[in-house]
Design a protein around this ligand. Structure first.
Ligand code: PMP
Length: 357
């Protein structure tokens, strides 16, 4: 606290990112990063852009990231005017809060969800109301059928990993026409159905995606929104009132290369999903209840052991998982899917801990 702070700063509750330990070989399963590298074409594209001297860096990047947006539009079979690109989907979501979600009615999102949503709502002074997931952490869109300034949820949800069928989403979007429905598809490529194919039919549907997860580019910060050109226009108006160049030259060429290598993308997603199936089965055998996941993480609760103690004991062995000390989920651990070898280290450590009991 300082007398120099703007008033709103003291009232903020900033988001806490997963710890990035300064260790050489941590087993890092706490930030839903991809355990596999990006397509080899990504490093080639960055080298090409840099050239021998990095001369291209003298120039500002394309403020509209047109070539990248074209590649991503081609991937999804949509038009480039339906694509917005930003500096990670966190930034895209921040622009969405300002551009599309500030109205008279409060916006609605789940009580258990991505914890950045309430943070943005407070930062941008957007009124919100949370809607409880059921006891099994399922999200029921019928519970969102009330006047609202917008509806926002991840599919699959985070940190639970549960997906919603596209038919249920479409039924809701077709009924909720007075405000924008924002679907945060950060994890959609690991087993859920994308709503991108609905954007032509619903001018109030906005789908947000990221290159951080399924394309292994969390370190470069690239995110997207897909929707009607009028919604994209709103995002551009806020972007160009804040930072016209959210994506640097290297990020633009890197992400483009990643979206052009579909085979790599599908192969690494398949590997993550296969490891998820095995990890979930082995955790269940160790006494965990595992929420069925369509994401690159599982959300699990041990039937007898305290989650915070388990997380702390794992951390002592340089194995990092995510524990949220918040109501309803303080006995759960969110465990990102690592390589098979990383998951084996985790399972071995858990087995030893649980046998000691
Ligand atoms: N949405 C959800 C649900 C997430 O879990 C994350 C990652 N923490 C993001 C958005 C943001 O991802 P990024 O900014 O890396 O695109």
């Amino acid at each position: 606290m300082s007398r120099y702070w703007s008033d709103i700063v003291s009232r903020l509750t900033p988001y806490t990112p997963g710890e990035q330990p300064a260790l050489v070989h941590p087993v890092k399963l706490n930030a839903n990063e991809n355990p596999y590298p990006p397509s080899p074409r990504v490093a080639d594209a960055i080298r090409d852009e840099l050239g021998a001297t990095g001369d291209a860096l003298r120039r500002y990047p394309d403020s509209s990231a047109r070539a990248l947006r074209e590649a991503v539009a081609a991937h999804h079979g949509i038009r480039v005017e339906q694509v917005f690109a930003g500096n990670g989907s966190d930034e895209v979501l921040a622009l969405v809060f300002q551009a599309l979600l500030k109205h008279d009615y409060p916006i609605l999102f789940p009580d258990i969800t991505y914890s950045f949503y309430p943070t943005y709502a407070r930062l941008y002074d957007v009124a919100y109301r949370t809607v409880a997931l059921d006891e099994a952490f399922a999200l029921h869109l019928d519970d969102y059928r009330s006047p609202n300034g917008g509806v926002l949820f991840p599919n699959p949800n985070a940190p639970t990993g549960q997906p919603l069928p596209l038919a249920a989403i479409e039924r809701f979007v077709a009924a909720n026409t007075e405000s924008v429905v924002v679907i945060d598809e950060a994890y959609v490529d690991f087993g859920a159905e994308s709503a991108v194919r609905l954007i032509d039919r619903y001018p109030h549907l906005l789908v947000v995606q990221t290159a951080s997860k399924a394309r292994s580019l969390a370190g470069m910060r690239i995110g997207f929104a897909f929707g009607d050109p009028a919604l994209i226009d709103a995002l551009n108006r806020v972007k160009d009132s804040f930072n016209s160049y959210p994506l640097d030259r290297l990020a633009q060429v890197a992400a483009r290369a990643a979206y052009e290598d579909d085979a790599w993308f599908r192969d690494t997603c398949a590997k993550v999903m296969a490891t998820r199936t095995r990890l979930a089965a082995e955790l269940t055998a160790l006494g965990f209840d595992v929420v069925p996941s369509a994401a690159n993480f599982v959300f699990a609760r041990h039937r007898t052991q305290d989650a915070a103690v388990l997380a702390a004991n794992l951390k002592e062995q340089e194995i990092f998982v995510r524990h949220f000390n918040v109501p309803r989920i303080d006995q759960h651990l969110r465990i990102s899917i690592g390589t098979d070898a990383e998951c084996d280290v985790l399972l071995g450590a858990l087995r030893e801990m649980l046998e000691d009991e």
